[in-house]
Design a protein around this ligand. Structure first.
Ligand SMILES: Nc1ncnc2c1ncn2[C@@H]1O[C@H](COP(=O)(O)OP(=O)(O)OP(=O)(O)O)[C@@H](O)[C@H]1O
Ligand SMILES: [Mg+2]
Length: 296
């Protein structure tokens, strides 16, 4: 207790305005139960609020392989509808982070939440995919001997779309969905082409289209433009920006021209943790990022 407040309580009550106020405070102090209830609500709000309005929430995540911490106290939050670019040197843990989000790898410690309250560490790969998290691996995995259209049809058949089943208009809704995905992935003209005959970039777009057939809320894309021509790379940035208008996207890339084209918030990982986060300009001016990544 300070000298001043001790005097206010212990001293005689002067007829000044100031002590009238302190007297009034003492009289209207809340009931002890109300104070306790308010404290409980505040504590509850504090535990819930950090995940509110987040689509993806990682907090203090760690994963070791034979004693080596591939992911080390990683915390990362992606908002609903956000597109985020992840950069960082080889071995930084970018792909391992995606393995953890999709249930392929289970973290040793830490929290991984989807849509605020779904604990992803309690689910397996199949159920995480069914909940709307789609993932594109580094290498395209399309059915080479099938046409572009049939690749999309196969993905739709296995999708969680209940629309067709509900309205018994499978053919029509499937045709519409395929048409929309072909347009988004710049493959309308190639619909009857065998996947084997597509360029590398077109195969990557087809695989993105196959993921869109599952109607994911969150799309994870690992190095989509590796091996693409400059024109394909620029088109992929446009394509992902379009996709990000209706869903969240996390895209890992080393190609800084491409990351600039995305025009989104950037997170740089290093040794399994976030090294720097912000606009591409801010992150690429960060001396630590220059030292471990961009300046190499
Ligand atoms: N299943 C595993 N077993 C053992 N070590 C692993 C495993 N998966 C990843 N690692 C190690 O974890 C570290 C992070 O690897 P990761 O593939 O996540 O890096 P990255 O950031 O995706 O790199 P790149 O840019 O080269 O793709 C690496 O040292 C890697 O060897
Ligand atoms: Mg990787």
């Amino acid at each position: 207790m300070t000298m001043e407040s001790a005097q206010t309580i212990a001293g005689p009550v002067p007829a000044s305005a100031a002590s009238d106020v302190s007297l009034a405070r003492a009289v209207v102090s809340p009931h002890p139960y109300a104070t306790q209830r308010a404290a409980e609500l505040a504590a509850k709000a504090a535990t819930v609020s950090p995940r509110r309005d987040t689509l993806l929430y990682l907090n203090g995540v760690t994963k070791s392989f034979d004693g080596f911490k591939a992911i080390n106290n990683l915390s990362l939050v992606v908002a609903k509808g956000e597109m985020r670019a992840i950069i960082g040197p080889n071995g930084a843990g970018k792909t391992t982070m995606m393995d953890i989000i999709t249930g392929k790898t289970r973290p040793d410690t830490g929290e991984v939440y989807y849509r605020g309250d779904v604990d992803l560490t309690a689910h397996d790969e199949a159920s995480i995919a069914a909940m709307g998290i789609g993932r594109k691996f580094q290498k395209p995995t399309v059915f080479e001997s099938q046409t572009v259209e049939d690749n999309l049809r196969l993905s739709l058949a296995g999708s969680r779309s209940i629309f067709a089943a509900l309205f018994h208009r499978k053919d029509e809704s499937e045709r519409d969905a395929i048409g929309r995905i072909l347009a988004t992935t710049r493959l309308t003209e190639k619909r009857r082409t065998l996947a084997a005959d597509l360029s590398h970039g077109q195969k990557q777009w087809l695989e993105i289209g196959m993921l869109l057939a599952q109607d994911p809320e969150l799309l994870l894309v690992d190095e989509p433009v590796a091996g693409m021509t400059d024109a394909e790379t620029a088109e992929t940035a446009r394509l992902l920006r379009e996709i990000a208008q209706t869903r969240s996207v996390v895209v890992v890339e080393h190609d800084m021209h491409f990351v600039r084209e995305l025009g989104v918030k950037v997170t740089c990982l290093h040794e399994g943790s976030v090294l720097s986060e912000g606009s591409l300009d801010a992150v690429s001016a960060d001396p630590r990022v220059i030292e471990v990544y961009l300046g190499r």
